[in-house]
Design a protein around this ligand. Structure first.
Ligand code: SAM
Length: 846
């Protein structure tokens, strides 16, 4: 039996004592702590007596009041005796060891662990987790009042500042309420007011009063009232008024220090101060700072790079620890989902030896670049706390009424070039005749600026001066043009192109500007569908003349990974940290055990990066991707790099995976129906994420597109993947393997979007994959043994309220019967320094 000594896990100590499965428990020695052998052991009278005594002690000391006063175990017993539930007993209600079993037979026998935690699968642990989550929620709710701020949501009637002074936000209202519900609620409580507004989906409403008296009465009456299980809070309305004549405090250098030095007194000074507040490394105050109105607000730096106050080595330790916690979920949930009457897989049994982990966590790879590493930044356009049109990051969650946007000052993940372009655009907006987007009213014109950067392959990296590494820049400006006059719009675009060109030239050194694209999008959120109309603008030359006609210039930039050149179109996904992505892909390749006999599926391949960088190590690559322009980039990338053993299919993976597998593997199955068994691997590359996505600046890990609603097959430049086999054979008659020369090894590298993969892909073959939470959910489905009979998932009601792991357990019951995968090893790779996100590679085999 393979053992996994704890030393090799290289796990950090528990943070805040939260490590519930105590990886440091002295249980490594598999021979010493035998895991439920199938042959009954002889009963040892002495042990029985001790166990009975122990049990009596346990029963006597149980109950809430005794939990902390747990007596130390008898010296003759292992300190972990009965601190974990017996899975055999749980499944079948009996266990061959009877009372001598070292594991607890039921909750009553369970003892608290030496580190003061309960077996994470026990009811007590669940209760503790719930209480803890409740505390966190309460703390968050209390904080809401502190960070309350909104853009100009109260309709102005010309009173300017008075509008704001006579207005209040009501916080913790039911999401389903709209304005009428709010008005009725106010009337029921006898509140007099001028206007009341509430948008469905938000937890805040806005009330304007006629007089200070009305306002005072309302505050007295409403503050603290219970609505459902929430307590109503009354908060101030932000922003305060902004003087249009005051220029942006952000300097063209984008340098945070210079920016805060140049801040105009009384303007954004406090916001900058809050960023600097973290420089002492003390993150205890959560970076809250005043905005001058008595409210406490977070800075863009706090929101976008919440770990920036920690040293990078501490960040890596922190991420590795949270990945370990995430992995333990896989063990717990696969154990729970294991069907009755089916033995637990060996990896679950062995997990006890490695602190509950499903497999060895090999450690964490750091990012080669820690600052300014992002090659793509999406800046929102909105109002700052002072109501100034601003290009930067939103300070919070729209549902909670936070729409304020602050400049990307002192955000260490943002590149200097991106900061400079944000600043140029912000300057332009101050003078523009067209309005910035108002999220509350869903109206306005300017919505978002995306800055994408590319590098030339083969050039050694200058780490001291990152800007010089960037040779190409694409700017994508998102607008909502539907209600605006074409002539006005066109003239604004012309001015915009001039402003960018002039700003780029004036900067020192001058900034690359390769393509300027307008994306027209009418939707409520800034996440545009992949087919949102794009328009390429001409970039004027320095002397003011337009450079080329639209037909000649292409909206594409290039970057390089592993010395290959990649062409990237405006909406195609490309990892935002190119150098760290290179590490991630090569790790995936190393683990996948690739060779000339390997057929590699690059599932969710984007521009083909994973498949193309590994193509020289396999017989053939098949990339599957639903975004048509990414697929066309992938084709072009294969071509410009002279790679011939790749094929790219434009389709949803769940629609074509089954038929592709059938087409490519059938010849194998005909020869030997077990040929594919044991040689299949899945490598999952997963991104760990924070649940509060709204705070994240933009696509860290995926395009943000809704996989269900995007491109139809008919839009695809290439085949849908449903071609007859003869067509497939024709496609892969390159130097690599073809169907005539069967592949002995099938590997899928799965790099899904944030939402994970559609479950129907998972039943097909073995995989490698990357997003810790969705990976864990997918892995639960892949690694849980099949039941004897598949259940039809008739009742899917309530799935919205389920955790991703709960949903995966539910789905696992209806997966096609197949041999389960087993987790072999995992490694975290940090692509996102200073944020809480992290990628993970996991090898699953069967
Ligand atoms: C995280 S990105 C990874 C891209 C690529 N592997 C890379 O590293 O550059 C996920 C990709 O999956 C694509 N995608 C999302 N859902 C999909 C689906 N159901 N089928 C195929 N592709 C999908 C997205 O368009 C996006 O390009």
């Amino acid at each position: 039996m393979a053992s996994f000594p704890t030393e090799t896990l290289n796990l950090p100590p528990p943070i805040n004592g939260q490590d519930s499965t105590s990886h440091n428990e002295p249980l490594q020695n598999a021979d010493d702590e035998q895991i439920q052998p199938s042959i009954p052991q002889s009963t040892d009278d002495v042990t029985t007596t001790a166990a009975e005594k122990r049990k009596r002690e346990d029963v006597a000391t149980e109950g809430p009041q005794s939990e902390s006063a747990e007596p130390s175990p008898s010296p003759s017993l292992h300190p972990l005796h009965k601190t974990s539930l017996c899975s055999y007993f749980r499944k079948v209600g009996t266990c061959c060891h009877g009372r001598t079993c070292r594991y607890a037979h039921g909750e009553e026998e369970l003892r608290i662990r030496p580190d003061n935690t309960w077996d994470p699968t026990s009811e007590r642990a669940k209760k503790a987790r719930k209480l803890e989550d409740g505390d966190k929620c309460e703390a968050k709710e209390d904080a809401v009042e502190e960070v309350m701020m909104t853009e100009a949501v109260v309709d102005g009637d010309g009173d300017g500042d008075q509008d704001v002074e006579l207005s209040k936000c009501l916080v913790h209202l039911p999401r389903k309420w709209h304005s009428d519900n709010l008005k009725k609620f106010l009337a029921d409580h006898g509140i007099l007011y001028k206007s009341a507004k509430k948008k469905k989906g938000m937890t805040v409403g806005f009330v304007k009063f006629e007089s200070v008296e009305q306002l005072k009465n309302a505050v007295e009456e409403l503050e603290g009232i219970s609505i459902g299980n929430k307590t109503l809070k009354v908060a101030n309305v932000v922003p305060r008024s902004f003087d249009k004549n005051i220029k942006s405090p952000m300097t063209l250098s984008g340098n945070a220090k210079q920016a805060s030095e140049s801040a105009v007194p009384g303007e954004l000074a406090e916001a900058h101060a809050s960023s600097n507040g973290h420089e002492d490394g003390n993150g205890n105050d959560e970076g809250l700072a005043g905005d001058g109105s008595g409210l406490k607000v977070k800075s863009a730096r706090d929101v976008v790079t919440p770990l920036a106050h920690m040293s990078y080595s501490d960040q890596l330790e922190h991420k590795k620890n949270s990945i370990a916690q995430m992995l333990k979920k896989l063990t717990r949930n696969a154990r729970k989902a294991c069907p009755n009457g089916v033995s637990l897989p060996e990896w679950i049994m062995k997990s006890r030896e490695i602190g509950g982990l499903p497999c060895k966590l090999e450690g964490i790879l750091g990012s080669p670049l820690v600052n300014g590493y992002r090659n793509k930044c999406e800046f929102s356009v909105g109002y700052s706390l002072q109501a100034k049109p601003t290009v930067g990051f939103m300070l919070g969650n729209f549902r909670e009424g936070v729409t304020a946007v602050e400049e990307p000052v002192d955000c260490p993940n943002v590149s200097e070039i991106a900061c400079k372009y944000a600043s140029i655009f912000q300057e332009f907006l101050q003078q523009s005749d067209l309005p910035v987007w108002n999220r509350f009213k869903n109206s306005g014109f300017w919505r978002q600026l995306t800055v994408r950067e590319g590098r030339t392959p083969g050039k050694p990296l200058d780490v001291e001066n990152l800007e010089v590494n960037i040779s190409e820049v694409m700017l994508i400006v998102q607008v909502s043009s539907a209600t605006f006059d074409d002539a006005v719009v066109n003239s604004e675009f012309e001015r915009l192109a001039k402003a960018f060109a002039a700003g780029a030239t004036a900067s020192s050194p001058s900034l690359p500007l390769t393509a300027l694209v307008i994306q027209d999008h009418q939707g409520v959120s800034n996440v545009a569908p992949a087919d949102a109309p794009l328009r390429l603008l001409s970039i004027p030359k320095a002397d003011g003349e337009p450079e080329e006609s639209n037909d000649v210039v292409e909206a594409r930039i290039h970057d390089s990974i592993s010395n290959l050149r990649f062409c990237i179109s405006p909406t195609a996904f490309f990892q935002v940290n190119t150098l760290a992505a290179e590490k991630l892909y090569s790790l995936g390749g190393d683990w996948a055990d690739l060779g000339p006999d390997t057929l590699l599926f690059d599932v969710c391949c984007g521009t083909g990066t994973i498949g193309l960088t590994l193509a020289h190590r396999v017989g053939m690559v098949i990339g599957i991707e639903m975004n048509a322009s990414a697929v066309s980039d992938a084709h072009r990338n294969a071509e410009i790099n002279g790679i011939k053993n790749c094929r790219f299919v434009c389709a949803k993976a769940e629609d074509v995976m089954g038929s592709l597998l059938k087409d490519y593997l059938n010849p194998l199955w005909e020869e030997d129906e077990h040929a594919s068994e044991g040689s299949n691997k899945e490598i999952t590359i997963a991104e760990e994420k924070d649940s509060s996505r709204d705070n994240v600046p933009e696509n860290e890990g995926c395009s943000g597109q809704d996989p269900e609603n995007d491109i139809a097959d008919s839009n695809c430049p290439e085949g849908s993947g449903k071609e007859p086999q003869s067509q497939l054979q024709k496609d892969c008659t390159s130097e690599g393997n073809s169907l005539a020369q069967p592949f002995k090894n099938v590997v899928a590298i799965v790099d899904p979007p944030r939402g994970g993969l559609h479950p129907t892909i998972l039943g097909g073959c073995s995989y490698i994959s990357c997003n810790p939470e969705t990976l864990v959910a997918n892995a639960i489905e892949l690694c849980t043994p099949s039941p004897d009979k598949i259940e039809k998932n008739k009742d899917n009601r309530g799935w919205r309220n389920m955790s991703s792991a709960g949903l995966a357990r539910h789905r696992a019951k209806s997966m096609p019967i197949s041999k389960p995968f087993q987790p072999v090893k995992a490694m975290a790779v940090d692509l996102f320094p200073h944020t809480s996100h992290c990628e993970m590679v996991m090898l699953l085999e069967r």
